[in-house]
Write a protein that binds this ligand. Structure first.
Ligand code: XIL
Length: 324
């Protein structure tokens, strides 16, 4: 990056735009270079795992907020916006919650206590919550998670209402993957949130995860999706972007296509009125593509804006140019 060039964060701050990343508390504690990279390049952070129910609740009646508090404290020290992720998800839940042993009424009480306790703790510190994550299945039907099977579709409305009761100033988001452009799942998410708006549920926005792993939704379709969601009166944020290519893609081809796509997508969503672009990892060395399930076998481990030495890649410059 040329010395005279502003950092992505400086530009985003000037443009009143959020450019963020997910953060790992373990790296934050032990790696000054990681902290420096976060400070220099990002003005928003999301806990990659530390605010998920499994991380917060080692047992039925105990909460462990230390790691999440560590991320929030760092964000406040560095004037960064915090996105809360996530209050209700079908994954990363504590072992004591599954396998299934609770009645619907018990599960409802557990979920209400969770949302009230967690969203209430971070009132005034978390600006936006992913209240419910990935409730729509890949075919556009409601995902038959244990939340859905035991509580019915009303668990979404309830979770948003409970979050609003304890954090009335936070923006409350529905967050999902594979619903970034236009298509069956994107239409289903649109219908879901339209119904919530119509019922007066306190929903403020939709998070588009933008995990472009092997596939890259057409930026024009993503822009059209952002616009139709905003026409419902909702905010839109890109919440987990990464752009990965199959392992057999030549490095130069991958880098060229990645650079182009990050720039085109950032321009498209910015112009359509999205308020944030959050990438899923501060640098390639901290990407889930390098260590989650079969992702390392399928994709090149270089899906982000900074390389593993925290150096800006051409994709970083492309996003910066898009925000100018
Ligand atoms: C992933 C994390 O990156 C992994 O480290 C963890 O093991 C599993 O969850 N959609 C989401 C994120 O909303 O919470 C997921 O994060 C990636 C997919």
């Amino acid at each position: 990056m040329a010395d005279a060039e502003p950092s992505l964060r400086e530009l985003a701050d000037d443009e009143d735009f959020l450019i963020g990343t997910c953060v790992r508390s373990s790296a934050l504690r032990g790696d000054p270079e990681y902290q420096d990279a976060l400070r220099e390049h990002y003005n928003a952070v999301t806990c990659e795992g530390e605010m998920k129910m499994g991380a917060l609740r080692p047992s039925r009646h105990a909460f462990d907020f230390e790691a999440a508090d560590n991320v929030v404290a760092f964000a406040e020290e560095n004037d960064m916006t915090v996105r809360g992720h996530t209050l209700v998800w079908h994954m990363s839940n504590p072992d004591w919650l599954t396998p299934w042993t609770h009645t619907g009424a018990q599960l409802r009480d557990i979920l209400r206590e969770h949302v009230h306790t967690v969203a209430g703790r971070y009132r005034g510190q978390v600006a936006a919550w992913d209240v419910v994550n990935e409730a729509v299945d890949d075919d556009g039907t409601m995902r038959e998670s244990f939340w859905f099977r035991k509580l019915g579709a009303s668990y979404l409305d309830r979770a948003f209402q409970w979050a609003h009761e304890v954090a009335p100033d936070a923006d409350l988001y529905y967050n999902d993957y594979g619903a970034d452009g236009l298509g069956e799942k994107s239409d289903a998410v649109y219908d879901l949130v339209e119904g919530m708006v119509d019922r007066g549920v306190p929903i403020d926005g939709v998070g588009l995860q933008m995990h472009a792993l092997g596939e890259r939704p057409d930026p024009d379709d993503v822009a059209a999706n952002v616009e139709r969601l905003r026409d419902l009166g909702l905010k839109v944020q890109v919440t987990e972007m990464d752009v990965a290519f199959s392992r057999d893609t030549p490095a130069e081809e991958a880098r060229r296509k990645q650079t182009r796509y990050y720039g085109d997508l950032a321009s498209a969503v910015r112009e359509a009125g999205a308020e944030a672009l959050v990438v899923w990892g501060a640098d390639d060395g901290h990407s889930w593509v390098r260590n989650w399930r079969d992702l390392p076998d399928r994709f090149r481990g270089d899906p982000l804006l900074l390389d593993e030495n925290y150096e800006p890649k051409p994709a970083y410059d492309a996003v910066r140019d898009a925000l100018r």
